[in-house]
Design a protein around this ligand. Structure first.
Ligand SMILES: *[C@@H]1O[C@H](CO)[C@@H](O)[C@H](O)[C@H]1NC(C)=O
Length: 317
């Protein structure tokens, strides 16, 4: 009986991403702000990747991790922002079912990879601060390579769990109340049974986020414990400076992620939810390079050198 009803209805092949609602008056302003954010994100992150790849001084595990993180973050915002910018220009807010699915898959995979990578980075800081004498033997380039490739592979493999979503039927309405195709808003529109997918996705989400989160937390508990035991305040400051930027990044990322997925889904909180989604999808990738380049002496020096070179080149031409 139910099946017949499904067959009689027209299937949705396209969704409308409602974005931030009907604010056509602010379109140009919003376009400029998002464009600015996107450009800053790309420039900052590509600059860090370029530094890590080209500068001999940055050929250490800590910077390999940072380079990979920056590479990841530029992909991360590219899954969301260019489409958003295009829809501001054309006024066309529709996205195909496949497009929607691809966006969700890549976004989810990159977010999972970020969780793994952040925990690998905090483990690296744990070794450097709590086991300084053994650091070089415990974290060789090869170990770093394993951790990095492991993060990328598990992130993308874990999200293949989303493939059954392709078989769901959508029979309308087709409006997604979000600015990108996220799992929950999309699933709400399905008219076939989503029970199994929800349970499966919940399990995978736990496996993907909980262990890295706990690993990151415990690394920092050990790190802070060790730092507090350092007798001189100069030594304490120095040890803390090597991990403080990472701690800030981790806090912003997990903090907004938790708020988005743990808050109850009520109409009133929906807009707040969008705001926090914007925090970890749009803002984190933009501020990471800033945090690292402003707080890290070596990165600061390298950037200054590049700046000097550019000025010199202009002078000569
Ligand atoms: C990512 O990590 C690998 C393995 O350590 C390293 O060889 C590579 O240079 C890193 N990539 C970037 C862009 O930093």
């Amino acid at each position: 009986m139910e099946k017949q009803v499904l067959e009689n209805q027209t299937m949705v092949i396209e969704f409308i991403l409602l974005g931030f609602g009907d604010i056509s008056a602010l379109h140009i302003l919003l376009f400029l702000v998002v464009l600015m954010i996107y450009m800053l994100t790309m420039v900052g992150n590509i600059l860090i990747v370029a530094l890590v790849v080209t500068d001999q001084r940055f050929h250490t595990p800590m910077y390999y991790f940072l380079g990979n993180l920056s590479c990841l973050e530029s992909c991360y915002s590219s899954t969301i922002l260019p489409r958003m910018l295009a829809s501001f220009v054309t006024g066309n807010r529709s996205i195909s079912l496949t497009g929607c699915f691809l966006q969700m898959y890549f976004f989810g995979s990159l977010a999972a990879t970020e969780c793994f990578l952040l925990s690998a980075m905090s483990y690296d800081r744990y070794l450097a601060i709590c086991k300084p004498l053994h650091y070089t033997t415990l974290m060789k380039s090869r170990d770093c390579l394993y951790l990095v490739t492991g993060s990328w592979i598990s992130g993308f493999l874990g999200n293949t769990i989303l493939f059954p979503l392709l078989q769901l039927a959508f029979c309308g309405p087709n409006e997604i109340d979000h600015f990108f195709c996220d799992f929950n808003p999309l699933l709400k529109l399905a008219c076939s049974d989503t029970h199994h997918i929800i349970i499966l996705a919940f399990m995978v989400a736990c496996i993907v986020t909980l262990p890295p989160f706990l690993l990151t937390m415990s690394s920092y508990v050990w790190i802070i414990g060790t730092i507090l035991k350092i007798p001189s305040s100069i030594g304490r400051k120095k040890a803390f400076s090597t991990c403080s930027s990472h701690l800030i990044v981790v806090t912003i990322f997990y903090g907004s992620l938790m708020i988005v997925y743990m808050l109850p889904d009520t109409q009133m909180l929906r807009d707040l939810n969008k705001l926090f989604s914007a925090l970890y999808t749009v803002l984190t990738p933009m501020v990471n390079p800033l945090i690292y380049s402003l707080r890290n002496k070596e990165v600061k020096q390298a950037l200054k050198k590049i700046q000097e070179k550019i000025i010199q080149a202009r002078f000569l031409s």
